[in-house]
Design a protein around this ligand. Structure first.
Ligand SMILES: Nc1ncnc2c1ncn2[C@@H]1O[C@H](COP(=O)(O)OP(=O)(O)OP(=O)(O)O)[C@@H](O)[C@H]1O
Ligand SMILES: [Mg+2]
Length: 405
């Protein structure tokens, strides 16, 4: 990985610098490697150096089979520059862009994947179950994002999971957007407070993102110093800039149509950063992407039975792409979804929009119902690892919280 470049420089300290005439950076690197291998080193050390070298070497898309200058330019123009972009784009869009056969672009994606696996960016395709467990503990379970409600966290197995798509669905006013607002604040908090010290991207399709709600949540939970107040008074910050810092870490992308939503997703990778365990707390990194709501535009633009198939295809493409982004960049994706009456007459009276495509692509589906006043009920509807339990929580001025006895 590129990040390891500094480590390597450290290791290079003891190596004599190469000829000054070698101005080309690549040549300098190769020369250094040769020198290092010549020194009396253990096989383990040599392996380590080789691995570092491979990680430092950038993935060059023009070295892929069939990618010449014209195709490279076309890919670059579409925002595809590196291995991460190739993997998140997927074979079909790459074929459309380059005019290559899907078989060839699938091979391209495979190569980029292998590169990312070898660099430790994404999980290896084959792992022993014990390794999967170790990986999940290190990269996923220790990086769950809390929701503001202990009950909801319990339902989710400790919080919102990175590298997964978590879908909240339910009728109007059931708290979907409120959950998103709470998550957008908590994601910025340090780990001790349930957060991930990160930044947030919010794809807003309904124009319901409200900075005022972010302010409420920050102040009511006293995530910043507030002026002394009596119980009934609203919170006022000691320094308004403290609140601004929270707002500045949420990038809101207003999507005005389904195709605009797609376009935003294409541009999204440019704002994302790979996870780097060596990074200091507070270094910028997006840890959460919110799509509120996933289906609004698709639902209103593709009306009627005749357009159902293209709608589902587009929705599927969007979701698969966002799922791949979540995997490559180790971020949590939260989407909200609307409901419609279930005409089957069996099971629940309502069902989520988007049919099987959304149902299968979301890793976790949570159905939200309204209770009295601010009370809400969340039910784990579909999960590869949770029982169909329920959690009772509340949406208040302070955002998502547990019901106060
Ligand atoms: N400032 C606030 N203080 C307390 N509760 C609030 C506040 N703002 C919103 N709410 C609560 O949140 C509810 C709205 O929830 P939310 O906006 O999350 O609905 P939704 O599920 O996103 O609905 P839709 O499908 O219409 O988008 C309101 O009915 C209200 O109970
Ligand atoms: Mg909403």
């Amino acid at each position: 990985m590129v990040k390891k470049a500094t480590d390597k420089k450290e290791k290079n300290k003891e190596v004599e610098m190469p000829d000054e005439n070698l101005v080309n950076e690549e040549d300098v690197k190769k020369e250094l490697l040769k020198e290092m291998l010549a020194v009396n080193r253990t096989p383990e050390e040599i392996e380590e150096i080789k691995k570092d070298e491979m990680e430092v070497e950038a993935f060059d898309i023009s070295k892929l089979d069939g990618v010449g200058t014209v195709r490279k330019t076309r890919l670059n123009e579409a925002g595809i520059f590196n291995a991460m972009d190739i993997v998140t784009a997927g074979p079909m869009p790459l074929a459309e862009l380059t005019g290559m056969e899907v078989d060839a672009t699938a091979k391209m994606v495979r190569k980029a994947r292998e590169f990312l696996e070898n660099s430790g960016v994404i999980r290896n395709s084959f792992m022993k179950a014990s390794e999967v467990l170790e990986y999940r503990d290190r990269k996923i379970n220790s990086k769950r994002l809390k929701t503001g409600s202990l009950e909801m966290d319990k339902l989710l197995g400790g919080g919102i999971e990175p590298q997964a798509v978590t879908e909240f669905y339910g009728v109007y006013g059931c708290g979907k957007t409120q959950i998103c607002h709470s998550l957008a604040v908590i994601a910025q908090l340090p780990k001790e407070q349930g957060g991930l010290s990160g930044e947030v991207i919010w794809i807003d399709t309904e124009n319901t993102f409200r900075p005022e709600r972010i302010r409420d949540i920050v102040l009511e939970n006293e995530y910043v110093p507030i002026q002394k107040r009596k119980k009934t008074e609203i919170a006022v910050p000691v320094n308004e800039l403290d609140v601004t810092k929270f707002l500045d870490k949420i990038m809101v992308a207003r999507a005005t149509s389904a195709s605009h939503q797609d376009l935003i997703l294409e541009q999204l990778s440019r704002s994302l950063q790979l996870e780097d365990d060596d990074k200091k707390e507070g270094d910028p990194r997006v840890v959460l992407v919110i799509v509120d709501s996933l289906t609004t535009h698709f639902r209103s633009e593709y009306l009627g039975r005749g357009l159902l198939a293209p709608r589902q295809a587009e929705l599927g493409k969007f979701l698969h792409k966002i799922a791949r982004i979540a995997e490559v960049y180790n971020i949590a994706v939260v989407v909200t979804n609307q409901v419609l009456a279930n005409p089957d007459g069996f099971g629940a009276p309502i069902k989520a929009v988007g049919g099987n495509i959304v149902a299968h692509t979301s890793t976790y589906r949570i159905w939200l119902r309204k209770g009295a006043k601010s009370k809400r009920i969340a039910k784990m509807d579909d999960s590869p690892q949770h029982a169909q339990n329920e959690a009772v929580f509340a949406t208040e001025l302070c955002g998502v919280c547990d019901i106060k006895e």
